[in-house]
Design a protein around this ligand. Structure first.
Ligand code: HEC
Length: 158
């Protein structure tokens, strides 16, 4: 009788392992995922790094997201700039590292200035860069957009 109980328990444990282990792994991955704003708040200045290895597919997705999130309304469909600055020249207003670009798009330029960033290269621009913390909730999406922006360089008319 006891042996039967032990066997039954072992079977139940195995079945539970099969069914629940994959789920708990998914749960763990979800737990480490953050929105861009959560990532910015949780990470020291200079420490945010893109986890993506950039491929042509990632760049293509980034291009679609750049358009879907209306970046082109100010920066132009090709990134050359309209009333927002060019994203394809060598002038970077706050810096071109992962951390700075991620923060700028998440927080917007006014919050960057409040957090102690300084406008370096002064490019033609009208108005602040808005925050996209509401519009972009998935940090992977933001990294894809960053990959796309980087892919636009270098160009002839700097
Ligand atoms: C409403 C207009 C507007 C929209 C929409 C907009 N931006 Fe901007 N962006 C700006 C302005 C203005 C600046 C310059 C801010 C400053 O000089 O402080 C800027 C600056 C930047 C910079 C720094 C450029 C440089 O040369 O250093 C990047 C990168 C950038 N934006 C990316 C994006 C991305 C990605 C999106 C879409 C998710 C986006 N922007 C949407 C107006 C906009």
């Amino acid at each position: 009788m006891q042996r039967t109980t032990a066997t039954t328990l072992a079977v139940i444990a195995t079945i539970m392992g099969i069914f629940f282990f994959p789920q708990s792994r998914v749960a763990a991955e979800v737990a480490t995922k953050m929105t861009p704003l959560e990532r910015v708040k949780a990470t020291d200045k200079g420490q945010i790094k893109s986890p993506l290895s950039v491929t042509p597919e990632i760049i293509a997705e980034g291009k679609q997201l750049y358009q879907a999130k209306t970046c082109g309304a100010c920066h132009g469909g090709n990134g050359k700039g309209i009333h927002g600055p060019s994203l394809i020249n060598d002038a970077w207003i706050y810096g071109e590292d992962d951390d700075t670009l991620f923060r700028l798009v998440t927080l917007g330029s006014e919050e960057m200035l409040r957090s102690g960033y300084v406008r370096g290269d002064t490019e033609k621009h009208a108005g602040p860069m808005p925050s996209f913390s509401e519009t972009i909730q998935d940090e992977q999406e933001l990294w894809k957009i960053v990959a796309y922006i980087r892919s636009l360089k270098p160009v002839a008319d700097k």
